[in-house]
Design a protein around this ligand. Sequence first.
Ligand code: TRP
Length: 338
Amino acid sequence: MTHKPLVLSGMQPTNTLHLGNYLGALKNWVRMQEEMPCFFCVVDMHAITADAGYGKPAELAQSTREVAAAYIAAGVDPKRTPIFNQGQVPEHAELSWIFNCVARLGWLDRMTQFKEKSGKHKERSSVGLYTYPVLMAADILIYKATHVPVGEDQKQHLELSRDIAQKFNNDFNAPDFFPLPEPVITGTATRVMSLRDGAKKMSKSDESDNSRINLTDDAAAIADKIRRAKTDPHPLPAGKDELAGRPEAENLINIYAALSDKSQDAVIGEFAGQQFSGFKSALADLTVAKIEPITREMRRLLADPAEIDRILKDGARRAREVATPVMEEVKKKVGFIA
Ligand code: TRP
């Protein structure tokens, strides 16, 4: 049996989104809407697994609205594509419990992200952080989604989703019940790095706000951050081979290429041998032209939180139309009396 193509992805509502999230993920989501039906959620249930989102209800709700606003401002059309927060669709949690009983401790013990996030004090981490990838499998499989756009760092979690799907299908005598979801790895062509250190990823957790372009920055802030971006004392390279050992130069060239939909080679050709000052003003103009309309739209949407809440509620209602019958079938297969 082949499963109907469906895309599902999500982002965590912890802190504001930045240029890396746009170029690495959202831009692809917007394109994928043209190719397949899509569901995009804001994973507020994942956000409470760690300190960043735990015990801060007002901040969590605000970040959830910000992420939803970013999806819409970037071009996800909520009329076509359901946008919702995970916490509003109880089937994610219900399926997650069953998957907690499908997944093996040995599988979760191998998850590198848990090891990184829990650090030296595993015993102080929440149980939710440990079982985070099981909830992620439920997010995907409750809709029988077939394609999952994620960054490289989520590949292992997606493999776990496939293992859970396969083991459920096998153990409950339900061949092909769940699809084995395919990762669509985004953001490798456009790994956006910190503007202060070309060796680090642009990140919402970097303490320097100048290291990233937030999707809430206005035109002046965007231009200013590009102008202050770290570079080296040499002019722009004349060819790809001259980029070796120059991560800051490479990052700015890659950002320019991604924003203008050109290849790295084309951008190098255009600016070969020029000084960074001129290139940075071209990059600042381009970034403002491409990103400022998104940030402006985000601010407009956030000025009316009730409207965002309505969009999330409508998305959740449409998501549940798909999730409820799947959950009913799952319960029957497991043996729960309904
Ligand atoms: N774990 C993902 C991340 O941090 C977010 C996420 C949660 C997700 N559930 C998902 C992504 C389901 C894709 C599909 O990036």
